[in-house]
Design a protein around this ligand. Sequence first.
Ligand code: ADP
Ligand code: MG
Length: 699
Amino acid sequence: MAKSVAKAARDAGLQGLRGVGPALAERLARLGVNQAADLLFLLPQRYEDRTRITPIGSLVPGHRAVVSGEVEIAEVVYRRRRSLLCRVSDGTGLLTLRFFYFSKSQQSGLVRGARILCYGEARSGAGGLEMVHPEYRLFAAGPAAAVPELEQTLTPVYPTTEGLQQFRLRSLVNQAIDRCLPTLADALPESLLGGQGLPTLRDALLYLHRPPADAELEQLAAGRHPGQRRLALEEMLAHHLSLRRLRERGRAERAPALAGDADLRQRFLAGLGFGLTGDQRTVLAEIDVDLREPHPMMRLVQGDVGCGKTVVAAAAALSAVAAGHQVAVMAPTELLSEQHRRSFTRWFEPLGIDVCWLSGSLARGERLRAYEDIGSGRAKVVIGTHALFQEGLEYRSLALMIVDEQHRFGVHQRLALMQKGSVGDLRPHQLVMTATPIPRTLAMTLYADLDTSIIRELPPGRTPVQTVALPARRRPEVVARVREAALGGQRAYWVCPLVEDSDLLEAQAAESTRRALCEALPELAVGLVHGRMKSEEKDAVMRDFAAGKVQLLVATTVIEVGVDVPEATLMIVENAERMGLSQLHQLRGRVGRGAAASSCVLLYQPPLAGFARERLEVLRDTNDGFVVAQKDLELRGPGEVLGTRQTGLMQLRVADLIRDAALAPLVQQLGRELIANSPASVEALVARWVGDAGRYATV
Ligand code: ADP
Ligand code: MG
């Protein structure tokens, strides 16, 4: 029912576009196109230049070009596969056109003497340059023959979906341009943009769909044309506005005011065995102020790996518990949630506070028991991953949600947990933590819904980690170093290569590394953790490693975030050239957590490409997470996908938060003005670029 309503709405929205029936509408919907105007915002992935003819003599393999000439020979050959070959000449050179599929009528047209205009990619073939299945048109021979008219603009190539051909999509976009562009509302008129040198929305869109023949293809490919910047600005602004709205809404909402309990806090701090750093105390004070308000706190704590965010979160949790409420602690991985369980249990059990752990691996019976404890309010602190907002789980009174390594989650996951924790009109306070320090202006755009606190100081007594990069052939030396360290009572991590999108392959690689290391180091106890192990198994191995029963831990990048074993002093990372800066920095952050000097060995496969070399150099030169983050942004070439997953910067359509970071101050300024003066524009922008909160998904 709801589906057919949605479908009807969609059909209505696409009405007037020639030839769009239900099947096509379905395919367009897959591209996010539900009404004609949406087509305007479906931007080309790249462009083809069909505006001019290239002489065959100056064709270069790999280039796409329009060529015009005369067919000299046409023959069907049967070498390996039956194919039709045409030799075309234009007086400057010879080009072979190769067709594996061809109809009778095509064959009868492509004959000696035919004049042809074709477009395709030149490749070097057996007998010189060739084009396989070029697009082509024949035209009349004879002295008066005029070459058919060429395209006037560059030809856009759109992202498309199965069953929707490029030419079809192009014609639909063209219709949309004619029909919708003239009346398209522009939320950012000249008066607002004054002096930025950015085109109007209409001009930007027109240019990007139909770039003139003399457009700079390289600039377009790099996403640096002013038209692209104009749209990137809109998109960043839209996301920024939707986050600010979230924040405004939060301000208007109510939350339990938590005064805290000085005595309980005191007992907790006394049991830690260390004093808080100045930054930890400052941030905790900021949190305390927020928690006393009858509105939900929305605070982000940024701080480099190992700066001690967890203790601060635990101290904040006590304020909720003291008032008889519950706290949820959400971590991005099971491994990390297990570690939080250990820390919170160690700190809270002596205070008589029950900690409950929700894991995906709990048996049904255990899970139901946990649900009961949470529903009855017996469990005061609930720790877990996404399991924290599963269906069927009810909190008794959730007053604070702590989200660790926020960059691994999307806004919508935070929203889901918040909704779970809402009782009547009361919302839980939110404390989110991240070890991915990002420059301030970017943070204000990305986390516009949050107040930020920063912990810069590391706990005292840490010695900076020494980092070296070594080619993989020096592995035997590294193995010897591990032996020496382990026999001297230290512990080491050995991180195996990242296998994108396959935790199975990754696990296999880790298994074989472990076997090899066991052979090379028979005197050591070698453990293994990877993403495909059951969490009890992982937990057991981690415990053995923490206790020193295992001295060398072979791991996949599952240990990247948050794992804390202060006795570990050696980190070895294989194929470091494949990993991003932030990820390597996170991995390195697993060592250097105790007083003993630690080192990090980055093994790489030579030769090192430019960016990879620079990344390793940055790590060798600095331990400062803020410097690493800044370099990460600079060194990550546009479109280098490597990073989006690890830093979790939101996925955008046009904007690239790294390339377009300089727009951030303008985004904030425009955000303020629009919120104050034109709420309708805010609505329009958010609807156009953000749609549902799901777009924030980063995992
Ligand atoms: P992160 O900020 O990376 O989450 P953790 O909270 O895991 O860091 O803390 C790292 C380690 O430092 C933990 O073993 C923690 O107990 C310890 N720690 C935290 N604060 C202090 C402090 N003020 N003095 C000494 N050790 C501390
Ligand atoms: Mg942490």
